[in-house]
Design a protein around this ligand. Structure first.
Ligand code: UDP
Ligand code: MG
Length: 300
């Protein structure tokens, strides 16, 4: 098989009524784009007929891959599996519920051709109930504030990526919501375009109002890791220094107790604490230095 230009990844969880209409629409658009492509459906452990429909589709037409999870693992895991399987130079992700419009794909691709590494859709007129739109606005403002990445709709599934971005991303938990921030922190160029959004006609939304905020902790973890992953001594060094300072302080105090006030210190825990703090300090700093050494090695 020759080189594939475009991989379209679609995570689906109980979308039995949407798959075939989406496939037909997508095929028409991909026909117009006229480049080699593959469509990857990732079935996130559906309990309706999604899996059977996908298997039948795969048997009757070419250019379709399906990945089926035995149990429900979530949209991030589904996207991650799709990313790992994708062979295209450019990867497009979209929802499988017909809310994302396949006709937007050519516009996403033209931004990629202009040199951007990641193009994010912005559902400016989101066709969802208010109970979804308002938390989403708050969430996106929070993300913009926390990450400094000015993307209006981080969570929009309609995105186009250069292959290198996708191969670098490892997403789990609820992390699909922060892909633009992750890509930006990894040094990739990220932009957005306004995209059409359609109401859901069949099936139900899989996300409740508050689910959106569950992943804020994931984001904090990622932010934290991103800050220190390339400079471990900045993290461990501070812990080490604090521990050494505290050890020095309790050490001076025990010396003062013993030699100035002539009190016995043998039966007090202070002495042991002092030794512990100093040892911990040395260990933290050593771990930081080891981390720096490992990173230096990796860079060479
Ligand atoms: N989805 C999934 N796993 C999940 C939740 C959703 O694969 O745990 C898929 C779902 O089938 C759809 C897309 O992700 O194709 C977007 O989900 P949904 O429409 O429920 O989200 P909303 O548009 O309401 O935010
Ligand atoms: Mg939807």
């Amino acid at each position: 098989m020759g080189r594939i230009y475009l991989s379209v990844i679609i995570p689906v969880y109980n979308e039995e009524e949407n798959i075939l209409p989406l496939y037909r629409e997508l095929r028409a658009v991909l026909g117009r784009i006229n480049k080699t492509h593959e469509i990857i459906f990732v079935d996130d452990g559906s309990t309706d007929n999604t899996r059977t429909i996908l298997t039948n589709l795969m048997d009757t037409v070419i250019g379709i891959k399906t990945i089926s999870f035995i149990r429900h693992l979530g949209k991030s895991a589904a996207l991650d599996a799709g990313f790992k399987a994708a062979k295209g130079e450019v990867i497009v992700t979209m929802d499988g519920d017909l809310q994302d419009d396949p006709n937007e794909i050519p516009r996403l691709l033209s931004k990629i051709n202009k040199g951007f590494d990641l193009v994010v859709g912005w559902k400016q007129h989101r066709q969802d109930p208010f109970t979804k739109k308002i938390p989403s606005k708050i969430f996106n403002t929070l993300i913009q504030y926390m990450t400094g990445v000015q993307i209006h709709d981080s969570n929009c599934c309609l995105k186009a990526y250069k292959k290198k971005v996708v191969k670098d991303l490892e997403i789990y938990g609820d992390m699909h919501r922060y892909i633009p921030s992750l890509a930006h922190w990894m040094g990739y160029t990220v932009t957005e375009i306004k995209v059409n959004h359609r109401p859901r006609k069949h099936g139900k939304s899989k996300y409740g109002t508050l689910r959106l905020f569950n992943g804020v902790f994931d984001l904090l973890t990622v932010r934290f890791l991103m800050s220190f992953i390339n400079q471990p001594l900045h993290l461990f060094g501070w812990f080490g220094l604090l521990s050494l300072l505290a050890g020095a302080f309790t050490g001076l105090y025990t010396t003062y107790l013993k030699y100035i006030l002539h009190t016995s210190i043998g039966d007090r825990p202070l002495l042991i604490i002092t030794i512990l703090l100093i040892l911990m300090g040395i260990q933290f700093i050593s771990i930081g230095l080891l981390g720096e050494l490992i990173i230096q090695r990796k860079r060479q």
